[in-house]
Ligand binder design. Structure first.
Ligand SMILES: Cc1ncc(C[n+]2csc(CCOP(=O)(O)OP(=O)(O)O)c2C)c(N)n1
Ligand SMILES: [Mg+2]
Length: 347
């Protein structure tokens, strides 16, 4: 009976626009101050992470360490629109998110090196840092888990009626996890104020999206829940800014969750040990030379005469000093005392 009913059902073309995917808004026109801030913020992330990579090579950082280099425009463009009470949560590729949320580079580097002045007193490492003061809720090593936690933050915001939005980041690989869809369902059902940012950097460890995803348009992943999605050029901080402004307004207007798929790319390996056999050097080089997010801003600043090469060199020098200072601070910070071995951990 049911089979007959299905057979006779009229075939309808799927209207993606009605179901959820909406066109990306025009890239934002950034003011001089915004362009310079974007340049500075992205450069801080990049230089900080280059230093972290060096320290790892020197054996100063142990355990896991996942670099965000190449993806800087995503978190920078989103943070530009966030209000003070809005929260951020992400996975293990998290140093850029922490710096964007205003966490101290000294405290982040000290945590990376396992020192007592680190944000988790040296016991969390690269993947597990938090700052309630800065509304950064981690740093999570379980792929996809942070999406459910971010949905919980949104539930609390709605319950408290405080007008805040939670922004949960996850990767393209994480977007295949079951709990992500449980979260989508609840967020849509309860119209929770939350943005799901899927950072599509084209690989989950060594597996390309083509090999792990049945549906490559991640902005459509909320369709069956009625969650709209936007596919965004995540290498262009202006495009990220305008899309996230739209998304934040959507949430603050009480329209429930929204997905932003950020088309981005990581230049470095998945983590510090990555054989890099799954892509060619040319592919990486092409992205770096044609779409680098920092270079794009730099070119605009120069072309529009918002600042000179020399002005930018002054910023570069300041950033280098911040990073050198963070590394020195971290290396001079003591290791956690042995008496701390069993404190603040789950046994
Ligand atoms: C539940 C779970 N399964 C598997 C892993 C191992 N793992 C760590 S990172 C990763 C790939 C995730 O890729 P993606 O979500 O695209 O994020 P990216 O590393 O590209 O930022 C996997 C499978 C894990 N940490 N947690
Ligand atoms: Mg990925």
């Amino acid at each position: 009976m049911a089979a007959r009913a299905r057979k006779s059902a009229p075939k309808k073309a799927v209207d993606h626009a009605l179901l959820g995917s909406i066109p990306a808004p025009e890239p934002a026109k950034l003011s001089k101050d915004e362009e310079l801030k974007a340049y500075r913020d992205m450069l801080l992330i990049r230089r900080f992470e280059e230093k972290a990579g060096q320290l790892y090579g020197m054996g100063q950082i142990g355990g896991f360490c996942h670099l965000y280099i190449g993806q800087e425009a995503v978190v920078t463009g989103i943070q530009m629109n966030m209000n003070d009470g809005d929260q951020m949560i992400t996975a293990y590729r998290d140093h850029g998110h922490m710096l964007a949320m205003g966490m101290e580079s000294r405290g982040v580097m000290a945590e990376l090196t396992g020192r007592s002045d680190g944000y988790s007193r040296g016991k969390g490492g690269s993947m597990h840092m938090f700052s309630r003061e800065k509304n950064f809720y981690g740093g999570h090593g379980i792929v996809g888990a942070q999406v459910s936690l971010g949905t919980g933050l949104a539930f609390a915001n709605k319950y408290r009626d405080n007008g805040n939005v939670s922004v949960s980041f996850c990767g393209d690989g994480a977007a295949n996890q079951g709990q992500v869809y449980e979260s989508f369902n609840m967020a849509a059902l309860w119209k929770l104020p939350t943005i799901y940012v899927i950072e599509n950097n084209r690989y989950a460890m060594g597996t390309s999206t083509k090999r792990h995803a049945a549906q490559l348009d991640f902005s459509m992943r909320g369709v069956s829940f009625g969650i709209p999605g936007i596919q965004v050029d995540g290498m262009d901080v202006r495009a990220v800014k305008s899309a996230s402004e739209y998304a934040l307004n959507h949430c603050r207007n009480g329209d429930g969750p929204i997905i932003l798929e950020m088309m981005t790319y990581r230049y470095r390996g998945h983590s510090m040990s990555d054989p890099a056999k799954y892509r060619t050097k040319d592919e990486v080089q092409k992205m770096r030379s044609e779409q680098d997010p920092i270079e794009q801003v730099k070119q605009r600043i120069i072309a529009e005469k918002l600042a000179t090469e020399d002005d930018l060199k002054v910023i570069d020098k300041e950033i280098r000093e911040i990073v050198v200072d963070a590394a020195e601070f971290a290396q001079n910070s003591p290791e956690p005392d042995v008496s701390e071995l069993y404190t603040d951990i789950l046994l």
